[in-house]
Design a protein. Structure first.
Length: 207
């Protein structure tokens, strides 16, 4: 059965009328803390001919926003390496070992921004130092701003997302196995995705 033309037109109009992410509002200026419960850090690495996915469950971060001068905003983010989770305990233990992240010696992955470049009302390039496995490299994260919302408890929430590909060899995470037919068991590149929900810090009441 064909959909009536009027109904199809109404659905299209409704779709294009859906709200989209807007520019950072002026009252968003302030400190925003990562809400770990509603945020996610994931990664994907090729294993033989498939992709293995995992993530980290313990992390924290602070985003300082200046809505009037977004280029002066900043980001600090820390991940606890021991919280790595690929839903396979033996694999997770191997990833925490000196073969990979060496979580005992290098317990944290840390990102500290150095500059923010607005590309549009909702897109930013955030460049900073990423430290992992004792190695620090400058990286640029393409960050999307997903908007601000009020929650039922009187708080404010803001969303941010980024995705980047990292070469683990650049950070000294080198373990791999050569295959008899050529190639390696694991890819060097890892696809990393970060989705953050943050809560605005409330001003401290004067005593």
């Amino acid at each position: 059965m064909k959909m009536p033309l009027a109904l199809a037109a109404a659905i299209l109009l409704a779709f294009f009328a859906l709200p989209s992410a807007a520019a950072i509002p002026a009252d968003a200026t302030g400190i925003w803390n990562v809400d770990k419960v509603h945020s996610e850090i994931g990664f994907q690495v090729r294993h033989f001919v498939s992709n293995v996915r995992g993530g980290f469950t313990d992390f924290s971060g602070t985003i300082r926003i200046d809505a009037g001068k977004p280029e002066t905003s900043s980001v600090e983010f820390t991940i606890k390496v021991a919280s790595i989770n690929t839903n396979e305990p033996k694999r997770d233990a191997h990833l925490k070992s000196p073969d990979f992240f060496d979580a005992e010696k290098f317990p944290e992955i840390r990102f500290v921004s150095k500059r923010v470049v607005p590309k549009s009302d909702t897109a930013y390039e955030v460049t900073g130092d990423l430290t992992m496995h004792g190695v620090t490299k400058e990286v640029t994260l393409p960050v999307s701003f997903n908007g601000v919302a009020k929650d039922p408890w009187g708080g404010e929430r803001a969303g941010f997302e980024t995705a980047i590909r990292l070469n683990r060899q650049d950070y000294g995470v080198k373990w791999n196995k050569l295959l008899d037919q050529g190639g390696t068991m694991l890819s060097d590149d890892a696809a990393v995705t970060i989705s953050l929900e943050t809560t605005k810090a409330r001003p401290v009441a004067a005593k």
